[in-house]
Design a protein around this ligand. Sequence first.
Ligand code: FCB
Length: 433
Amino acid sequence: DFLWGAATAAYQIEGAWNEDGKGESIWDRFCHTPGKITNADTGDVACDHYHRYPEDIALMRQLGLKAYRFSISWPRVLPAGFGRVNPAGLDFYDRLVDALLAANIEPFITLHHWDFPQVLHERGGWINRDNLPYFADYTALMVKRLGDRVRRWATLNEPRDIADAGYGSGEHAPGIKDDWKSVRQVIHNLLVAHGLAIPAIRAINPALEAGIVLDVWGVEPTSDDPADITAADLVWNSQRIDFLHPIFQGCYHPSRIDADGDNLPEIKAGDMALISQKLDFLGINSYSRTQVGAQGITSQVPGAEYTDMGWEVCAPAFRRMLNRINNDYTLPPIYITENGAAFPDVVSKDGKIHDDRRLDYLRQHFTQVRLAMQDGVDVRGFFVWSLLDNFEWGHGNTKRFGIIRVDYDTQKRTIKDSGEWYSRVISSNSVDR
Ligand code: FCB
């Protein structure tokens, strides 16, 4: 029953940014602001998936995918984020889900993958607590519409990134810089929004499965020296488990609270119970690890391979991270909701993309997840990031993660060697060495 799949996100592939009544998102606004994105790329058209989804589903079918993880563009269905519904937006997701089911592919939905409604942002975004119930309303709208056909629902994708990159470093929309008090409040508010959405899903149909997608990269010491181990543990405890710990332990980690200093968020009575409700699954996105010593973060691990994102390839750390969270918390079943690699592909004379390094990256990570399962970690599925080359946020179109190539001039899709190989993994349900 292992769920072999691939993942995407609305803003990264859909395009049609202002079509059929869609509202503006903070990513539309951010990309239209000069200087924010490499090459001034935008997601205005992206992979044009909004129009080409039948072709994309035919490719998924060709690969033999059992499941497809995608996200809903909140302002496509609720242009302002609340209030007036856009029927054409709802119809799109309706058609998408029906076409997936007709192809025998299970839809796995992420409700929010970063394209927050601009109007709601202007009303205080994730900092304003009054906005949080709107996320639950939006959730209920979607579950009412698609819950008869879609079983698994994730509330947020990588909320830590929304807080850190959106409100801290400013590298992502809405591009707010250095407002650490806000970052801390946003972390808490995102957790509360997640906590409000979970019962909204279950109220509509208790048989549905509700969860969240967190980015968890292992943090490992440079050596066995206690000073290095202490430094690595501090990074893990005070930063890396910001969401994992409150959700599965019902409180913030003491190291996190120490690090907060004067920036403690406002926490209302009942919040922590809301945040730590039981989930049906946990989605894990993980691409690499962070190596830390008493001297700080290692920028270049000697001898290690790095991807085009500058991320170290270290598959054994994936297994160790899964075991660590499995030992530290009582977790529901896990889905690997994202893992994959960006490499600068070349189209060969034969028209193919011989992406050996991506293929090898996937092979190593599949193998390590299998070992983690043998260690006792309950992993139920694996979604490769990504189905298609797509718009990689601040990096624009320059980073290619797809197992299918997209030529952005012609929108032509070509299955890469990694995609052909993945297809064989799925049909044989096994990984060659
Ligand atoms: C993750 C994001 C996803 C994609 C990959 C490379 O952090 O969730 O949208 O950009 O990184």
